[in-house]
Design a binder for this molecule. Structure first.
Ligand SMILES: Nc1ncnc2c1ncn2[C@@H]1O[C@H](COP(=O)(O)OP(=O)(O)OP(=O)(O)O)[C@@H](O)[C@H]1O
Length: 247
């Protein structure tokens, strides 16, 4: 298993609570994520994953607790947090009526990259993806798998410290999911921390550490190997079912 690059914590969550009225969506979450780590954030529908990710990205304020991302307080240094991260979700889509290259140029400019840097990085990225010959095609004409791989590459174009991926492989075929994970490994090897939610339990096996949430609480947080040993299971799927089935 690939090791996280250093012992530096780039995400620190301390007793995070998020309430919507009387309903507690995140119930005293505490965890840390290291630089270069691939951190899987799992849980059944409604467990509270997206709620927590929105707080970590500075899009929503915690009700209680303290959250630090890339060394910044998410509540009081929101703009600095936003500059340090990349974000991609299942629903995040590139502009369908712009070409591959036009999308990269647009997002590069939004991230504040110079024209020269955008050209250099986009060429390298498109060649790495095997999409260079398609650079003048409209996004709308690409398959979902290509769109998601490209969306991920665009989300890290500005070399963020951390990239948040909310169900990025939802609906794509197993071969493309494997290729997507190759991109994740490349990013992590370059020191980008990857925070990912997924409902595919085979993908949980690819993470350095995994947290499993149920009803707004963290039920387990460990490496996949240790979790399987701890719960006496062959697969992460079995671990997940043990921890998230209604008791
Ligand atoms: N703005 C809101 N107002 C009220 N309730 C909310 C709000 N946002 C989320 N919730 C509730 O909080 C709970 C957690 O939702 P959340 O979207 O974080 O779950 P999730 O783990 O990401 O689920 P999924 O896997 O389906 O994406 C759900 O019961 C949801 O209905």
């Amino acid at each position: 298993m690939r090791k996280a690059e250093s012992s530096m914590d780039v995400i620190k969550v301390d007793k995070l609570v998020k309430k919507f009225g009387d309903f507690t969506a995140n119930d005293h979450l505490s965890f840390q994520v290291k630089k270069g780590e691939i951190f899987g954030f799992l849980g059944a529908n409604g467990a509270g994953k997206t709620t927590a990710i929105k707080i970590l990205c500075g899009l929503s304020a915690p009700t209680e607790g303290r959250v630090e991302v890339a060394g910044f307080d998410v509540e009081h240094q929101t703009e600095k947090v936003k500059k340090s991260i990349g974000y991609m979700s299942q629903k995040f889509s590139l502009y369908e009526d712009l070409t591959v290259f036009e999308n990269i140029r647009l997002f590069g400019a939004i991230y504040g990259l110079s024209a020269g840097l955008i050209r250099e990085r986009s060429e390298r990225m498109l060649k790495n993806l095997g999409l260079y010959e398609q650079r003048n095609r409209l996004i709308g004409n690409l398959s979902l798998g290509w769109k998601q791989k490209l969306a991920f590459s665009v989300a890290i174009l500005h070399r963020p410290q951390i990239v948040f991926l909310d169900e990025p492989t939802s609906g794509v075929d197993p071969v493309t999911r494997r290729q997507f994970w190759e991109l994740i490994y490349q990013a992590a090897a370059e020191g980008i921390t990857v925070f990912i939610t997924t409902h595919y339990l085979d993908e949980a096996e690819y993470c350095d550490r995994v947290t499993i949430m149920a009803d707004g609480k963290i039920e387990a947080l460990e490496t996949p190997r240790k979790l399987k040993k701890q719960f006496d299971c062959e697969t992460m799927n079995e671990v997940f079912l043990k921890l998230t089935r209604p008791h």
